[in-house]
Design a protein around this ligand. Structure first.
Ligand code: PLP
Length: 446
C-alpha cells in the first residue's frame, strides 16, 4: 500500500487536488459583502463570488432570516406534496422567463443539466414516436457538470478522461469562437461554428438528435463569447430540424452577464429548456432548476395508461429552505438593480483593462461581471503555471481571482474575474489595482 501522510486538512477530500504535491488549502472561516476571511484572520476580496455564485454578496440578513423562518415553519416537504414556498419560486421563475413556464427543481447545476438531458430525450421520443431522437449536441470547451450525463455533455478532456467511456449519444462540435484568434496566433478564421453544427446535423441525421446544449457564454471553459449572430442562427437551425435548444445558464443566469439571463443578449433567441443553479440562491442554499417551455411540457401530458409523465424524483429537489433562500435572493437582485449594476461595472472594468494596452492580454472577453482575460504574448499562450503566478500575485494583495483550470491542456491561460454583482465601485478599483500590479512584472518581461 502507498503511504499517504495525514496532514492537517487531509480528512477533507478536495476536488481536483493532487495530495502529494499540493500545499494545504486556504480554509475560509467567514465572509461579509465581497470579503472573505481565512482561518488565520487574513481578509480577501473575493472577485470570483466563491465559484461564480454569490451574486448578492455574503452575509445577507434577509436571506438568512428567510431561511431560518422557513426552517421553523416547514423544514421539509416531499416533492410529491410540495411546499407552498416551492410553488411560489416556480411561479416567480415563470414570471422572469417568458415562454418558459414549468420548473423541475434539483439540488445543483449538474442535476439541472441531467434533468434537461432526460427531459429532452423523453419529450422528443414522445413528440416523434417513429424516430429515435436521443443524441445531444454539445460544444468543446463547454462545461455542464460532474455527474455522468452532464460530464458526457462537457467538452473538456481533462475533466472527463479518467472516467471514460462516458455515456453514448453525445456529439461534440467546436466552441463558438476560435482560440487561436483569441491568442493572436492568427488573425482571422475561415471556419464558421454554426456551419460546422449544420454539417454535423447532416452527417448524424437530424432524426437522431434530441437537442443541443450550450452555455450562452462559456464560463469555466474560459469565458468564451459567441459572435452576435451565433445564437440567432443556432435557434433557426434548431427550428429547421426539430431540435431543442437547451441554454445552460448555471453561471450566466441572474444578472451575471448584465442581463437577467444571458440568452436575452440576442433578440429572438428563445430556448426550449433553461438550466439554473448558482445565482438562483447566490449559494445560500444548494438548488438547481430546469425550466421548460409549454410545448416541451405538453409532451408529458396524456392518459395515465400512456405513461408519458416524467418519472424522476429527487428527495431534496425544491427543498423549502432553498426555495425561501432563492426568493429572498431574487428580491435583492431586483430591488438593488444588480443586473444593471453588473452591466455598468462590467463595462467599466473592461474599459479600464483595455486602457492598460497590456502586451500579455491578447483578448478581453465577457459581458457584465463575467470577465475573461486571454493571457498570451506575441502569439504565444501563457502556460498554466505562468497564469497561476499572476493569480498568486493578485492574492498576495488580498484579492481572489480565478482561471479556467483542468479543462484542456495548453488552453488553461484565461484569467477569470466574476465578483459579487453587489460589489461597490471602490471595491472594483481594488480588484483592478491588484490585477494591474500583478501584471507589471509580466509587462516588464520578467
Ligand atoms: N453548468 C455550468 C455552465 C456550470 O458552470 C456548472 C458548474 O460550474 C454546472 C453546470 C454544474 O453545476 P454544479 O457544480 O452546481 O453541479
Amino acid at each position: 500500500m502507498i503511504e499517504t501522510p495525514m496532514r492537517n486538512a487531509d480528512a477533507l477530500w478536495r476536488p481536483m487536488t493532487q495530495y502529494r504535491t499540493s500545499a494545504q488549502p486556504m480554509l475560509v472561516e467567514r465572509a461579509d459583502g465581497c470579503m472573505v476571511w481565512d482561518a488565520h484572520g487574513n481578509r480577501y476580496l473575493d472577485a470570483m463570488s466563491g465559484l461564480w455564485c454569490v451574486n448578492v454578496g455574503y452575509g445577507r440578513r434577509e436571506i438568512v432570516e428567510a431561511c431560518a423562518e422557513q426552517m421553523q415553519r416547514l423544514c421539509y416537504a416531499s416533492p410529491l406534496r410540495p411546499a407552498t414556498v416551492t410553488l411560489e419560486l416556480a411561479r416567480k421563475l415563470a414570471s422572469m422567463l417568458p415562454g418558459l413556464e414549468h420548473t423541475f427543481f434539483t439540488n445543483s447545476g449538474s442535476e439541472a443539466v441531467e434533468t434537461a438531458i432526460k427531459v429532452a430525450r423523453q419529450s422528443q421520443h414522445q413528440r416523434f414516436p417513429g424516430e429515435s431522437r436521443f443524441k445531444i449536441i454539445a460544444r468543446y470547451r463547454g462545461y455542464h457538470g460532474w455527474t455522468l450525463g452532464a460530464l458526457s455533455a462537457t467538452g473538456q478532456v481533462n475533466r472527463k478522461r479518467r472516467f471514460e467511456p462516458l455515456l453514448s449519444g453525445f456529439v461534440h462540435v467546436g466552441p463558438p469562437a476560435c482560440e487561436d484568434c483569441a491568442a493572436g496566433i492568427h488573425e482571422r478564421c475561415a471556419s464558421d461554428p454554426i456551419d460546422e453544427i449544420a454539417k454535423r446535423i447532416r452527417y448524424e441525421g437530424a432524426e437522431t438528435i434530441a437537442a443541443i446544449i450550450a452555455e450562452p457564454i462559456i464560463g469555466g471553459g474560459g469565458v468564451i463569447e459567441p459572435s452576435a449572430d451565433y445564437f440567432p442562427r443556432l435557434r433557426e437551425l434548431c427550428d429547421a430540424h426539430g431540435m431543442l435548444l437547451i441554454a445552460d445558464e448555471v453561471i450566466t443566469g441572474f444578472g451575471r452577464t448584465g442581463k437577467m439571463f444571458a440568452y436575452e443578449h440576442w433578440s429572438g433567441v428563445q430556448p426550449d429548456i433553461v438550466t439554473l443553479a448558482k445565482g438562483l440562491s447566490s449559494g445560500y442554499q444548494p438548488i438547481g432548476a430546469t425550466v421548460v417551455s409549454r410545448q416541451v411540457f405538453a409532451q408529458f401530458y396524456g392518459d395515465a395508461a400512456e405513461r408519458r409523465e416524467f418519472s424522476q424524483l429527487s428527495t431534496f429537489g425544491g427543498h423549502p429552505v432553498a426555495a425561501a433562500a432563492s426568493l429572498a435572493n431574487l428580491r435583492i437582485i431586483e430591488e438593488e438593480e444588480l443586473v444593471q449594476q453588473s452591466a455598468r461595472l462590467g463595462d467599466i472594468a473592461k474599459r479600464i483593462i483595455s486602457e492598460w494596452s497590456h502586451p500579455a492580454i491578447s483578448q478581453i472577453r465577457g459581458k457584465g461581471l463575467m470577465i475573461g482575460l486571454e493571457m498570451a504574448r506575441d502569439g504565444k499562450r501563457f502556460s498554466e503555471a505562468a497564469t497561476d503566478d499572476v493569480i498568486a500575485r493578485v492574492k498576495k494583495q488580498g484579492v481572489l481571482i480565478g482561471r479556467n483550470s483542468a479543462t484542456i491542456s495548453e488552453l488553461g491561460n484565461v484569467l477569470t474575474i466574476a465578483p459579487p454583482l453587489s460589489i461597490r465601485d471602490d471595491e472594483l478599483e481594488i480588484v483592478l489595482a491588484a490585477l494591474k500590479a500583478a501584471l507589471q512584472p509580466v509587462r516588464d518581461g520578467q
